[in-house]
Design a binder for this molecule. Structure first.
Ligand SMILES: NC(=O)c1ccc[n+]([C@@H]2O[C@H](COP(=O)([O-])OP(=O)(O)OC[C@H]3O[C@@H](n4cnc5c(N)ncnc54)[C@H](OP(=O)(O)O)[C@@H]3O)[C@@H](O)[C@H]2O)c1
Length: 324
């Protein structure tokens, strides 16, 4: 097997290929021949040493893969060799073979290609758990999604539409906004070129957005406080802008709002059953044709540095996938 690894962490660090012995099949684990790897913003953060998890060096980033089960360890009952699956990992996914705990290996729907399987979980589980569990989004409510053409953003547009919300988005360019609208958003505003605060207030008859989903942070978060509705819910997803905002508590009080967080990775330890159930529910929605994962680039695994650059430079729409 081989993996793309870093020997050091830092902004200029680059991944390189190493050939390794195949992983052993340990009790409770599943070994998967990887067919596709999903790339995420957190892979960048991990390689740069800015992520909450700091793996021992050298390491391979990558938290989600799709592939075929090669072997199962002692005590694994419901997964069998030859089965098509996705695996959720802490890291180590930029590899041609991985070992994963059976608890976080889930059968892939027959209709879902490996590339889509690898690009699906992190984005859609983040969107689904944020909008249902954390924000309690209701049909007919107004949802504003920031970074709406990104991985977790476009997934939130899909999930918001599936839940019957009126969805609005912000994105960095007209082309990105067009994709967001193709996914069912009522309108998408160019984040730096349009007064989206006023536009959202106007579109909601002055009420503002009931739910705001924010993977960007910085000034986008600050401005969101000016177009959130009475009793609105603002879900903190991430800080792609690199700027962790501060919250003026008077705004929370004045509009009766809730500011809530969503940490997908922490569900593994805190609520593993919820995590797995959310993926199964999302697979059912996918099979009904309700969710339309978008993959803007699919590259060979050895081109992992190019994949990371696409995300870093805001050139991707939806997801980027690597193929071993
Ligand atoms: N809380 C969780 O559990 C969880 C789970 C997954 C991801 N996240 C976080 O969510 C954020 C987005 O992740 P993702 O996988 O969707 O990433 P992504 O696909 O790269 O999308 C990020 C989006 O943020 C926007 N953005 C605005 N300012 C940016 C800047 N200065 N640099 C880069 N992007 C900028 C970009 O949109 P425009 O170019 O259109 O402006 C881009 O499309 C990250 O912070 C990630 O760590 C959190």
């Amino acid at each position: 097997m081989y993996a793309m690894v870093v020997d050091h962490v830092g902004e200029r660090e680059r991944l390189h290929r190493v050939d390794l012995p195949d992983p052993e099949v340990l009790p409770g684990q599943v070994v998967v021949d990887v067919k596709a790897v999903g790339c995420n913003f957190s892979d960048l953060l991990m390689v740069e040493g800015k992520y909450q998890l700091k793996p021992p060096l050298p390491f391979s980033p990558g938290t989600e893969v799709a592939g075929v089960v090669r072997a199962v360890g002692e005590g694994v009952g419901d997964i069998r060799p030859g089965q098509r699956v996705v695996a959720m990992l802490d890291w180590g996914g930029y590899a041609s073979v991985v070992a994963a705990p059976a608890a976080f290996v889930v059968p892939l729907p027959d209709s879902m290609p490996y590339e889509v399987g690898a690009a699906f979980g992190v984005a859609y589980q983040t969107a689904y758990l944020a909008l249902t569990h954390r924000a309690a989004l209701q049909a007919g409510e107004v949802l504003l999604v920031h970074g709406a053409a990104g991985g977790v953003g476009l997934a939130a547009v899909d999930v918001g539409c599936a839940l019957g919300a009126r969805v609005f988005g912000t994105a960095g360019s007209l082309q990105k906004c067009e994709v967001v609208m193709q996914h069912g958003a009522e309108a998408c505003f160019q984040v730096d070129a349009e007064d989206w605060v006023q536009a959202v207030n106007r579109a909601s008859n002055g009420r503002g957005a009931d739910v705001i989903y924010d993977p960007v942070g910085g000034t986008t978060f600050d401005r969101s406080l000016r177009c959130i509705a009475w009793c609105g819910r603002l879900v903190v997803i991430g800080f792609a802008s690199g700027d962790i905002p501060r919250l003026p508590m008077n705004r929370v009080l004045l509009k009766n709002i809730s500011v809530v967080g969503l940490n997908l990775g922490a569900y593994k330890a805190q609520e593993p059953a919820t995590l797995v159930r959310s993926l199964e529910a999302l697979f059912r929605l996918y099979e009904r044709g309700v969710l339309r994962p978008e993959i803007s680039a699919s590259l060979e695994l050895e081109r992992a540095n190019e994949a990371m650059a696409l995300i870093r430079e805001r050139k991707s729409v939806g997801k980027v996938v690597l193929i071993p």
